[in-house]
Structures are given as structure tokens and as C-alpha cells.
Design a protein around this ligand. Structure first.
Ligand code: ADP
Ligand code: MG
Length: 693
């Protein structure tokens, strides 16, 4: 065929599209014929095969084929209705369309039509209201292919309807599919029992049976995952091979010296993480490791171990935390562990004065400063190191990929350890943090009492306050968390500042109430925190600034106001602030919502303390974007695959990718040629990078 379009041609040249519609297609992410073919339906509508009119029974969803015998337009403007009578030789059926003026010109008497809809009754006769209409041209056999059909429904936009998109796709599909090559080697297809690429694409658009859709989906999802895993594994392999780092060695003597400074014995899980980290550090290539564990699992001390090892090797360390509160807490802890040692520790945050900054910068540049703890301020251009050996990023979910990279760029390929308390399944972690190795610590340090979590609706709140008040009277402490600092006109929510005064005056009168929120000046924050830590204030009214990292073991109670406003993982993080000492802890989820859905969701937290379980639920309910923090999660965009529902396929693809690369790490073998070129098409940048090696 002379004027057949190529897969790379612009959709503009497809008959019936043109430059204006091409622009609209672009808003759907469709530029080329190939994009069009890969624009898949998101659901299918069942169009049952046709029945004769005499067989119609009330309430059934049916398709009929017949001739329009009479047509009338009744009413005017918005009330306008089209009344038609359709007959097929066995009987007659009334048909009415409301608010469909565009049909008036298309319908006329004598036309053969196929109609699908639910049978009702009008004027004592079987009737269809607003049925789906197909006009069948005279020369076509109206009963050809008369079987149950599934009509594809496509993601559409205001300017382009699903129906129009379906028509355009149908017009190019056959020609385009002839040009679609197979990406997967036949051995792999046989091993995983997957249909050819062409068949899968065809079935996705035009299934003859709904079961074919899921087979087609599996095939296409597998392919997307496989390509992604190949890209991830190749680039990781490359990073390991091409970048050289100074090894950091943990000798027996260093290990003993470090452990002597720690106030407790590490748990088996912590020891395992430590040895994985030390093994990485000892390599001549940079470590890139993610340490994942539930909140309160004791990640800090593992990071401090790595820090001290690096310092013992006379290398500099940067320890980054997302908030000033957390950074200063780390500083205090590390200084405590290091008391009496020669190690020179500095601090840098947004509120450091210009002269402080200068001094710190200078000492980093000369190498006099061994360890810098701080916030985002560490990422500024002026901060340079003499010999940065290790970067620790705490609560990595609060930072973007680019910020991690910015810090890493300050050293000559320093080792990097990132900590996160958002527990996600390992396979998902591999996709999201493809460039990282992952260590997981399960469980909590010994002697912890699980936090008991209770849902409190408005009626039970007064009693709860009473109970809290009595415990506060016995020397225990509580966090009271509000979603806002100040009241807002647009949100009907209680806010920290006003409520702290109210609480102090009423419910908690006679009890020392503190206040901590992000709008306070740095020294005010430190003061509030220190007073709480020293148990000078019993109740700390706060915003979610306490979410990350705060560690005050004597705090045994937490009230979370408007709990229904938060994601499960965030609530789990928040309650992780308590249950850190030896006394039993209680978390109260205050809510004024009484919808069953909200309460069932919060019920999950009452039922389990396992952060991994909570995260799985969150993932199921809200998707990976929400769980990992929007935008920054860096998930690759998949057209078909779904990292939550298709996790099993992802695991297979990961294993197969590893298997392929084991024997053919550059995909040079002939059976991998197609895979290789598809990989370039989708992940060109990653691979161009890998090819430098
Ligand atoms: P997270 O993993 O949430 O950052 P932290 O590092 O803040 O947790 O640790 C939580 C608490 O557990 C801290 O009070 C810490 O001192 C304590 N902890 C950590 N490891 C141990 C251990 N091996 N034995 C006893 N307590 C520990
Ligand atoms: Mg922490």
C-alpha cells in the first residue's frame, strides 16, 4: 500500500484527524500512529448479540436490529425528544432519545439500525430509552458477526470522544499492527506463556472474549516491567562498575570502639543492616543503599554506626535531616555518643547566622570538621568538602531524587545511605528506587510495648480527655496533633495555636501545655522541644512537624485531631512518636466523620502496629503516588502495568531481566536485538549513559 502510515508518523496525517485534532490528541499523550495504537481502553462495554423484538422482556439489556418505520421530534429546546418506531419483522419497539439533538439529522425512516439498551415499556409496547445507536449501511449484513461484543471505552478528553478515538484507532489498527514487531524472544514468551505482541495489542482493542483482555494485559504489562527492569539493572550495573570510591573499612578495632560508645546492644536486625552497609562501604565503588524499617525500629543508630566508621577512616560525613527539629535531635544524640572524643561535629540549618555559616564552611573545606549535621542548608552551593566520604539522608521520603543527587555531587562519588520509614514491598522499592540497594529491618528493638490505637468519635472524646488528664497527672506525657497552625476560613478545622490556649484554660487546666509548629522561629522550636524532652511541659500541642523522627520516650499518649484527614502511613508515622519507652502507650484518633468508609480505613490502624501492613493497605487504597509522596516518587510511567495490582508480574519480569543480563549483559545476542532497540526507544537516556563505560 503506497500511502500507508508508518508507526512514527504524526497522527495529524491519519485520515479524519488534521492539525487541530492532532493538538487535542497531544493532550492525551498521543503524537504518533504508534502512540495511537498503544492508547488502550480502560474498560469495555458489553454489547450483547441481537435478539428479535418479540423476545424482548422488561428490564433486560439487549441489542436489536431493525428498520426505522416512523420518526417524530417532540417538544422544544431542552425538552426535545426523538420518538421512533423500529420494526424487525417479529414486532415493533418504541425508541426514545432525550437531549440528543445531533441525532435528528442522522436518523430517517427506512434506515437499518442496531440499538443496545435496557428494555422498558412505553405506550404499552416494549421500548428502549436513549439506546446506543449504530447505523448500518444497506450493503452491510446487519447480522454479520452477531455475537456478544465488548466495545472498548478509551480515555478521552473534552474535544475527542471515546467513540471518535475508537474510530480513528480502528482505521489505522490493521496497517499499524503489520508493522509492529515482536520484542520478546520466543523462548521467553514460551516460558511465560505469553501471546505475541501483535495479538496482545489487537485483543486489547478488539477482544472477541473478555478473558482475552486479561491475557493481553499480562503480556503487555510483563513487557513494560521487563524493559524497566532491564534499564534499572543495566544502569545500576554501570554505576557500580564505572564510579570509583575510596573504600571505607571497618576493622575489628573500629567496630569495638564504635560499639563501646553506643548505649545499647544492637538487635540482630540492626547488626544485619550494619554488616550489609559495611560490606558496601568496603568496596571501591560507591554505596547506594536504602535502609527501610518501620518507624521506631532504630535506624538512626545504624546510620550513626556507618558515620563513625567513615570518620574512623578519616573521611568527612554529611548527615541530612528534613526538619530542623530532627536535625538538632540527631546532633544531640551523636554528640552524646561522641562525648570526650576528638571528633569535630558542626551544625548547619536555615537559621544559622551568616557568620556561623562561614565558620562551618571554612572548617568543612579545610577538613577540620569531620561531621556536619543539618537540613536542606547543606545542599547550598557554598557548602564544599575537603573529602566527603559518606552522605546520610534521613527520612528520604521527604526529599526528592534531585536533592539526593545534589548532595552526592559534593563529593567525589561518596557513599550514600538513605533511611526511610515508609515501608514498601521490596519489589516496589526496586522499581521506585531502582538505583538503590535495599536493606530491610523487621520488628522493633526489645522491650517495646505496642501502641494501642483507639478511634474516638465526638461522643467518646470527653472521657478520653479525662483519662489523658489523669495519666498526665502521673508524670506521663502526650502529643496533641492538629492539622493546621492557625485557623483558616476555607477549612473547618481546629488549629494548634488557638486550641493550645483553649486546652490550657479548660480541659487541661493546671497542666503545662507547650506548642510546637513549623512557623515558629528556630530557637523557639528548640526551646519548646527541650522543655518537652525535660518533662517541663506535659502536653505538647503540635502540627505534623512531630511526624518525622521525634524521639521522647516518656511520651506515652497521642491525640490526633481530624484523623480522617491523613493517609494511613502518615498516621502510622505520627503514632510512631509514642511507644518508645517501657510504659504502655495509647494513640487516640479523633474524628468527627462518621462515614463507614473513613472509620473502616482508620480501623486498620487500630488492628495492627505493623507498618508494612499499614503501607500495603495504603498502597491498595490510595496508590503508590500518594504513599510515596506525589511527584517525587520517580515511578516510571507505565501505559498498562500497575505496580500494585501487577506486582507478581513485576517479580517475574525482574527475575527474567536478571537472567537475560547474566548471559548477555549488553543485549548483543541476536534474539535480544528487538528487546535492545525497544529499550533504547523507551529508556534511551539511561542506556546512553551506560554505554559510556
Ligand atoms: P527510627 O527507625 O524511627 O528512626 P530511632 O532510630 O529514632 O527509630 O529509634 C527509636 C528508639 O529506639 C530510640 O529511642 C533509640 O534509642 C531506641 N533504640 C534503637 N535501637 C535500640 C536497641 N538496639 N536497643 C534498645 N533501644 C534501641
Ligand atoms: Mg528516624
Amino acid at each position: 500500500m503506497a500511502n500507508r502510515l508508518a508507526l512514527d508518523d504524526s497522527v495529524q496525517f491519519v485520515r479524519g484527524v488534521g492539525p487541530v485534532r492532532a493538538k487535542h490528541f497531544e493532550t492525551l499523550g498521543i503524537r504518533t500512529v504508534s502512540d495511537l495504537v498503544e492508547h488502550y481502553p480502560f474498560r469495555y462495554e458489553l454489547l450483547p448479540k441481537s435478539v428479535s423484538i418479540e423476545q424482548l422482556s422488561l428490564g433486560e439489556v439487549v441489542t436489536i436490529v431493525g428498520e426505522v418505520e416512523r420518526i417524530r421530534v417532540r417538544g422544544r429546546m431542552r425538552q426535545q425528544a426523538i420518538h421512533a418506531l423500529v420494526a424487525d419483522g417479529t414486532g415493533e419497539c418504541n425508541v426514545r432519545w432525550f437531549q440528543s439533538p445531533y441525532l435528528i439529522d442522522r436518523l430517517h425512516e427506512g434506515l437499518t439500525v442496531r440499538l443496545s439498551g435496557k428494555v422498558d415499556c412505553y405506550n404499552d409496547r416494549a421500548s428502549l430509552t436513549n439506546p446506543k445507536l449504530t447505523i448500518i449501511a444497506d450493503e452491510q449484513d446487519p447480522f454479520a458477526n452477531d455475537i456478544d461484543r465488548h466495545e472498548a471505552v478509551y480515555p478521552a478528553c473534552a474535544e475527542l470522544s471515546s467513540k471518535y478515538i475508537a474510530k480513528i484507532i480502528a482505521s489505522v489498527l490493521d496497517d499499524a499492527l503489520e508493522q509492529v514487531g515482536e520484542t520478546l524472544p520466543s523462548s521467553l514468551r514460551a516460558k511465560r506463556n505469553l501471546p505475541p505482541r501483535r495479538t496482545a495489542i489487537l485483543r486489547k482493542h478488539k477482544p472477541t472474549d473478555i478473558n482475552e483482555v486479561s491475557v493481553a494485559h499480562e503480556r503487555l504489562a510483563y513487557e513494560e516491567f521487563l524493559l524497566c527492569q532491564l534499564a534499572v539493572q543495566i544502569s545500576r550495573h554501570h554505576t557500580k562498575r564505572s564510579q570509583h570510591a575510596q573504600p571505607i573499612v571497618t576493622t575489628k578495632a573500629i567496630d569495638v570502639r564504635i560499639r563501646r560508645r553506643l548505649p545499647f546492644k544492637l538487635t540482630a536486625e540492626q547488626n544485619r543492616a550494619v554488616s550489609e552497609i559495611c560490606a558496601d562501604l568496603a568496596m571501591p565503588t560507591p554505596m547506594n543503599r536504602l535502609l527501610q524499617a518501620d518507624v521506631g525500629a532504630g535506624k538512626t543508630v545504624v546510620a550513626i554506626y556507618a558515620t563513625l566508621t567513615a570518620i574512623a577512616n578519616r573521611r568527612q560525613v554529611a548527615f541530612l535531616a528534613p526538619t530542623e527539629v530532627l536535625a538538632s535531635q540527631h546532633l544531640a544524640k551523636i554528640k552524646g555518643y561522641l562525648s570526650g572524643s576528638q571528633v569535630n561535629v558542626s551544625f548547619l540549618s536555615g537559621s544559622s547566622s551568616a557568620s556561623e555559616r562561614n565558620i562551618v564552611r571554612q572548617s568543612l573545606l579545610t577538613g577540620e570538621c569531620n561531621l556536619i549535621v543539618g537540613t536542606h542548608a547543606l545542599l547550598q552551593k557554598g557548602v564544599r568538602f575537603r573529602d566527603l566520604g559518606l552522605v546520610v539522608v534521613d527520612e528520604q521520603q521527604k526529599f526528592g531524587v534531585s536533592q539526593r543527587a545534589a548532595l552526592r555531587a559534593k563529593g567525589h562519588a561518596p557513599h550514600t545511605l538513605v533511611l526511610t520509614a515508609t515501608p514498601i514491598p521490596r519489589t516496589l522499592a526496586m522499581t521506585v528506587f531502582g538505583d538503590l540497594d535495599v536493606s530491610i529491618m523487621r520488628g522493633l528493638p526489645p522491650g517495646r510495648k505496642p501502641v494501642q490505637t483507639t478511634l474516638c468519635t465526638e461522643s467518646t472524646q470527653p472521657k478520653t480527655w479525662e483519662w489523658i488528664r489523669s495519666r498526665l497527672g502521673q508524670g506521663e506525657q502526650a502529643y496533641i496533633v492538629y492539622p493546621l497552625v492557625d485557623e483558616s476560613e476555607s477549612l473547618p478545622l481546629k488549629a494548634a495555636r488557638v486550641e493550645s490556649q483553649k486546652l490550657a484554660a479548660t480541659t487541661l487546666s493546671g497542666i503545662e501545655v507547650g506548642l510546637l509548629h513549623g512557623k515558629m522561629r528556630a530557637e523557639e522550636k528548640t526551646q519548646a522541644l527541650e522543655r518537652f524532652r525535660a518533662n517541663k511541659t506535659s502536653a505538647l500541642v503540635a502540627t505534623t512537624v512531630v511526624e518525622v523522627g521525634m524521639d521522647v520516650p516518656n511520651a506515652t499518649m497521642m491525640v490526633i485531631q481530624h484523623a480522617e484527614r491523613y493517609g494511613l502511613s502518615q498516621l502510622h508515622q505520627l503514632r510512631g512518636r509514642i511507644g518508645r519507652g517501657s510504659k504502655p502507650s495509647h494513640c487516640f484518633l479523633f474524628t468527627d466523620s462518621d462515614t463507614e468508609a473513613a472509620n473502616n480505613r482508620l480501623g486498620i490502624l487500630c488492628a495492627t502496629n505493623d507498618g508494612f501492613r499499614v503501607a500495603e493497605e495504603d498502597l491498595r487504597l490510595r496508590g503508590p503516588g500518594e504513599l510515596l509522596g506525589t511527584r517525587q516518587h520517580g515511578l516510571p510511567a507505565f501505559k498498562v502495568a500497575d505496580v500494585v495490582n501487577d506486582l507478581e508480574i513485576l517479580e517475574l519480569a525482574r527475575d527474567d531481566a536478571a537472567e537475560i543480563l547474566r548471559t548477555d549483559d549488553r543485549l548483543n545476542q541476536p534474539q535480544h536485538r528487538q528487546l535492545r532497540s525497544e529499550l533504547y526507544r523507551r529508556y534511551g537516556q539511561v542506556l546512553a549513559f551506560a554505554d559510556v563505560a
